[in-house]
Design a protein around this ligand. Structure first.
Ligand code: ATP
Ligand code: MG
Length: 408
């Protein structure tokens, strides 16, 4: 039997690697402009961390988490998302003691047991950013702007930013009552999951993907109508700042996100082209405290690398590769020439296959190199190399001395 990759776990290779790097490099470049620092996090955490942060009754924890036991019977999880880990690290290393506020970003694989389909895998990659110690709405505006800048920089079009406010704990209580009252009246129309959600976490009903539930939810009371004055002002300010930044956004009063830790601002960048969310995030002002840290308002976002990859074109950047072709027993000389060129920052491909000139030039074309560097016994004798431009076919000799001086 041939062993294949595990369902939902995919290889990224060839052209896709270029796209992957493009997304990653772009995000990193933009995060740098906002002065974020990187944190490299473990992939495995205690399962408890996600129970307590993402929420016990969310789909991510209930249905999508990879959980296993170590040899001592402790329950561990492959991380389904990054925020919980960053918060854990922020508390564990007392990062709050160092600066007035802290801005961190991470990149890496996440794991969710979902039904694989286009843009949905069991191992996928996220880049996320978090700000700790910022309560003001201009921080929310900046977080959304970063997401927007990344999409714009990648040339991704047809994206709309959806925003909503989930208010503070008190607002949520009041809203929960109203929502429950409404849902009780339409209970027969809800799916089985949603009926159980009503008892445990009725806000999750707003996030249900079942068509009939989505219809029911349209008429449900809206959380924005239950915001206290402070939360209302925060939301208003955010919208003012987004307008000032010229970020096109749409208010979506049913946007609640799939994780329980959010307060006040939540947002998603949704692709009309794909009908999928590309980037999502929001504020989580209680999470640090709930996980045992000092009260710290915080917010962030995560982007799905594979989803952004679906929306960027193939990248045809041609590099100036030197293909070094040795003829005969000239490897001592040829290897030295290769080293010399690489020392000067040139990309050198040393031909690992034997063959005559015709064969070697065929390899050169297949490898899509710009120059063939031919080294035979004559070249060794004369302390030179022959360089052939593969596009123009022009050929010339260069002395080793010139090469050392810095051939260009
Ligand atoms: P969705 O509603 O599409 O399931 P989500 O709300 O579960 O997304 P988040 O937990 O907010 O997603 O993760 C942030 C981003 O990570 C998503 O917007 C998406 O780009 C990406 N993402 C989430 N799950 C997957 C997955 N299974 N495969 C690929 N990318 C994913
Ligand atoms: Mg999901």
């Amino acid at each position: 039997m041939n062993i294949q990759s595990v369902r939902g776990f995919h290889d990224i290779f060839g052209k896709d690697v270029k796209k992957f790097r493009k997304v990653s490099d772009t995000a990193r470049r933009i995060l740098k402009l906002y002065n974020f620092e990187e944190i490299i996090l473990p992939i495995v955490e205690y399962m408890e961390l996600f129970y307590r942060s993402v929420g016990e009754t969310t789909d991510i924890v209930q249905k999508e988490m990879f959980v296993f036991e170590d040899r001592k019977g402790r329950k561990l999880s492959l991380r389904p998302e990054g925020t919980a880990s960053v918060v854990r690290a922020f508390i564990e290393h007392k990062l709050y003691a160092l600066k007035p506020y802290v801005k961190l970003f991470y990149e890496g694989p996440m794991f969710r047991y979902e039904r694989p389909q286009a843009g949905r895998y069991r191992q996928f990659h996220q880049i996320g950013a978090e700000i700790f110690g910022a309560a003001e709405p201009f921080a929310d505006a900046e977080i959304i702007k970063i997401a927007y800048d990344i999409l714009e920089s990648l040339g991704i079009k047809n994206v709309i930013i959806e925003i909503n406010s989930l208010g503070c704990k008190r607002d949520r209580e009041a809203y929960r009552e109203a929502l429950l009252k409404y849902l009780s009246g339409v209970k027969e129309q809800l799916c089985r999951d949603c009926i159980s959600r009503m008892d445990r976490n009725p806000l999750r009903v707003l996030d249900c993907k079942v068509e009939t539930c989505r219809e029911v939810v349209v008429e449900a009371p809206k959380i924005v109508d239950y915001l206290c004055d402070k939360c209302k002002a925060h939301y208003e300010d955010l919208r003012r700042y987004l307008n000032a930044l010229e970020i096109p956004f749409r208010e979506n009063p049913n946007l609640v996100r799939g994780l329980d830790y959010y307060t006040r601002t939540v947002f998603e960048a949704v692709s009309d082209t794909l009908g999928l969310t590309l980037i999502a995030g929001g504020r989580y002002d209680y999470l640090v405290e709930e996980l045992g840290g000092p009260p710290t308002p915080a917010l962030g976002f995560a982007l799905g690398v594979e989803r952004l990859m679906l929306l960027i074109p193939d990248l045809e950047e041609k590099e100036d590769i030197y293909f070094l072709i040795p003829f005969g027993d000239v490897h001592e000389y040829a290897l030295q020439v290769a080293s010399l060129l690489r020392k000067q920052g040139k990309i050198v491909e040393y031909s690992y296959r034997k063959g005559g000139l015709k064969k070697q030039l065929e390899f050169a074309n297949k490898l899509r190199v710009k120059y063939a560097v031919i080294i035979g016994e004559d070249e060794v004798k004369n302390n030179e190399i022959t360089i052939k431009d593969m596009e123009t076919g022009q050929q010339r000799k260069v002395k080793l001395k010139e090469l050392i001086r810095g051939y260009s």
